[in-house]
Design a protein around this ligand. Structure first.
Ligand code: DHB
Ligand code: FE
Length: 279
């Protein structure tokens, strides 16, 4: 049986990746953010998962309005970093875990979660920035990655409740897998931010803190949150936080908080990082 060794909630702000790629992490704007990361990276290095399931969203990079899968699972051998306008990030190619990914596909679909399957999918900052946050700048990523891409771009995105239940279905699949892998799951995006319209720049760190608290203590109650409330409180792009619920659903009902940081802001975003272990 595979072992689920941790759940990570992590914002995916592109400027964080750019600060690392361009050697700016010690500049005055960035240093206070990066100085808080070492304990999280030490946990990651010690925990050393073989495979990370990274729940993220594509930002009209690999997918656009021609094709809008609600949930797309990457079953390929590898995933190239995408060109988002400045050339691809100079980060390692993301190596997949096709055997486990196909097991997840079978288990989830037969469990009535109708996943889209992606053999080839370039991965944008939604996936690569959380890897950079947690692993730094290695020559090769020290883990295989199963991308799980969620539509939070085009209305209607999945509900927080559907995401929590998908996480639980992922856990059932992992519990039925006979391989020896140590597995971590990331829920990425958020926290509060709005990149467009009249309320551009909105941040609500009180809501973000409550979201983390409730996600840990009462995920089922939190999962009743409507899209309207989530967007009202956390901004139009704050809807990305439904992806943290997939991570939460995969974890045990009781979890231990290992690490938490909320840094406000990086770029336009209230930047959250949360590490959970099964209690
Ligand atoms: C920003 C945050 C995001 O989550 C994103 O996808 C793009 C930009 C930002 O704060 O700049
Ligand atoms: Fe985003």
């Amino acid at each position: 049986m595979a072992e689920l060794v941790g759940g990570i909630g992590c914002s995916h702000v592109p400027a964080v990746g750019a600060a690392m790629d361009n050697g700016k992490t010690e500049e005055s704007y960035w240093a206070p953010f990066f100085e808080k990361l070492p304990p999280a990276r030490e946990w990651m290095a010690q925990t050393a998962p073989d495979v990370c399931i990274v729940v993220y969203n594509d930002h009209a990079t690999a997918l656009d309005l021609n094709l809008i899968p609600t949930f797309a699972l990457g079953v390929g051998e590898s995933f190239q970093p995408a060109d988002e306008g400045y050339g691809p990030r100079r980060v390692p190619v993301v190596e997949g875990a096709p055997d486990l990914a196909w097991h997840l596909a079978e288990s989830l679909i037969l469990d009535e979660f109708d996943m889209t399957l992606a053999n080839k999918m370039e991965v944008d900052h939604g996936l690569t920035v959380p890897l950079s946050v947690m692993f730094g700048q290695p020559q090769a990523w020290p883990t295989k990655v199963i991308p799980l891409c969620v539509n939070v771009i085009q209305y209607p995105p999945p509900t927080a409740h559907r995401c929590l239940e998908l996480g639980r279905a992922i856990r059932r699949a992992l519990d039925a897998w006979e391989g020896p892998e140590r597995i971590a799951i990331f829920g990425t995006g958020g926290m509060s931010h709005q990149l467009q319209g009249e309320r551009v720049g909105l941040i609500n760190s009180n809501f973000d803190t409550e979201f983390m608290n409730r996600m840990i203590a009462e995920p089922d109650e939190l999962a009743t949150i409507s899209h309207t409330e989530l967007i009202r409180e956390a901004g139009s792009e704050g809807i990305e936080m439904v992806m943290w619920m997939i991570m939460r659903g995969a974890m045990n009902p009781e979890v231990t908080e290992i690490y938490r940081n909320l840094h406000v802001p990086t770029s336009n975003t209230s930047n959250g990082l949360l590490i959970l272990e099964n209690a």
